[in-house]
Design a protein around this ligand. Structure first.
Ligand code: HEM
Length: 416
């Protein structure tokens, strides 16, 4: 039996915060191992990377999600009582609710709504000297996501709701005031969504039958009861928040187009297969969600290592997408590699791995992919722009990581 390598420091929380995307893979390389143990927030945690570790992590007979996420993340990014913390039958039942929203027609509708918002924005940007794309995308996506989800949003509400929803993912991983703002935003966003659920249930608001607001409001839990308004609110926000968070990937689409001009030419030709490979490579190459957490249900042995019961586990998502055992020259941006991929659900995991229905894998993967393709289409075929001098280096210590300048455009024109 081998001993799981132990990190030397007493607690690694500060080191993780300083380099959240490379913390696990750098140490695994140092220890020549796919796993090591450390303390995070004073709790013993086993960190793992790579496709074999991912396959293990998604084995539900060994790992559970309940209680695995730190409270700070529940009180901001995720909310309390949502699908992320459920296990077994209760999880599968709730997950089905999300999957029922991900029909081709449903996703097409969201793409149409987002496209209409892009078009309106492009006209506005054409009258501006410079456009900071990241915050512009937040408002654009908040409008589209709410319209899609059946959540009414008056013009006067767009700005405050956009700020709240954005704070849930853009400030959750920070410390200090930005984190506190994220907690406050969580309370406000949850109470807004709970009010919508109650209005639908009382008949004061009619949401379209297949919309997220309708589906969540009338969803019956495993026990047959309607969700409490608080939990329903968390689940409704679980649809709106990550849709707005696709803005991060959209910024990386713009970044990739700028730094790899040869890609732009291929996309301009309108090759749909290539567009798919391009957005997949953006999801592989750029950092977004660093890791996911679970907890061992029982003690077991794996590859000669002893895992104790009740241990928190972190699976490295970003590092697994960069693992040289799967990806040749992972540091190169090469969309063509997706033309010859093996399709394993454990070696390309930007939004989690395993099965969408049975595991915790993100149900919004198709939404992210389609909205990224739409972005590539706008940026290569439906508008022209310049990229003025700016600092496009990626801020690796930030969660989510972003180009420092947030991507500035100038001289925007709509293509006829
Ligand atoms: C779960 C990433 C977009 C809804 C997850 C997980 C990750 C992730 C890493 C956890 C996987 C795991 O625990 O094993 C992302 C990224 C996105 C994105 C990077 C791009 C912006 C979306 C969208 C939606 C969505 C558009 C819905 C409209 C969810 C939900 C879960 C989830 C409800 C919980 C699933 C479960 O616990 O079973 N996402 N996601 N996400 N995502 Fe996404």
């Amino acid at each position: 039996m081998s001993r799981i390598p132990r990190d030397k420091s007493l607690d690694s929380t500060i080191a993780l915060m300083g380099d959240p995307y490379r913390f696990i893979s750098n140490r695994c390389r140092r220890y020549r191992s796919d796993l090591f143990e450390t303390r995070l927030l004073l709790r013993k945690t086993i960190c793992m990377t790579g496709p074999e570790a991912a396959r293990l992590f998604y084995d539900q007979s060994r790992f559970a999600r309940h209680g695995a996420m730190p409270k700070a993340i529940q009180k901001t990014l995720l909310g309390v009582g949502g699908v992320q913390g459920l296990d077994e039958g209760a999880h599968r039942h709730r997950k089905q609710m999300f999957m029922s929203l991900m029909t081709p027609e449903g996703i097409e509708k969201l793409v149409r709504l987002t496209s209409a918002e892009w078009q309106i924005r492009v006209r506005k940007w054409a009258s501006m000297n410079a456009v900071v794309l990241y915050p512009e995308l937040h408002a654009l996506l908040t409008r589209a996501a709410c319209a899609w989800a059946g959540v009414p949003l008056a013009d006067s509400e767009v700005e405050p709701r956009t700020r709240q929803v954005t704070a849930l993912f853009d400030h959750a991983g920070s410390i200090g005031l930005r984190h506190l703002w994220s907690r406050r935003a969580r309370k406000r966003a949850d109470s807004w969504a709970a009010d919508i659920v109650e209005q639908i249930r009382s008949g004061r608001l009619r949401a379209p039958e297949h919309s997220a607001a309708h589906v969540v409001a009338w969803h019956r839990d495993f026990s047959g009861a309607l969700l409490t308004p608080q939990v329903a609110a968390v689940e409704l926000i679980n649809v709106i928040r990550p849709t707005v968070a696709v803005s991060v990937y959209m910024i990386f689409v713009a970044h990739a187009l700028h730094t790899h001009p040869q890609v732009r030419e291929k996309l301009q030709a309108g090759d749909e297969d290539y567009a798919e490979c391009f957005v997949q490579e953006v999801r592989r190459y750029y950092p977004f969600f660093p890791a996911v957490a679970a907890q061992t249900r029982l003690a077991f042995e794996w590859n000669g290592y002893q895992f104790p019961a009740g241990r928190r586990i972190l699976l490295d998502l970003y590092g697994t997408n960069q693992d040289p055992r799967t990806w040749e020259r992972p540091e190169d941006f090469e969309p063509e590699r997706f033309g010859r991929r093996d399709g394993s659900p454990f070696n390309f995991i930007p939004q989690g791995g395993g099965d969408h229905y049975f595991d915790h894998r993100c149900p919004g993967e198709w939404i992210a992919i389609e909205l990224m393709k739409l972005t590539a289409d706008f940026l290569t075929r439906r508008m022209s722009y310049e990229v003025p001098g700016q600092d496009l280096r990626i801020e690796w210590s930030r969660l989510p990581a972003l180009p420092r300048s947030r991507f500035v455009l100038s001289n925007v024109r709509e293509c006829q």
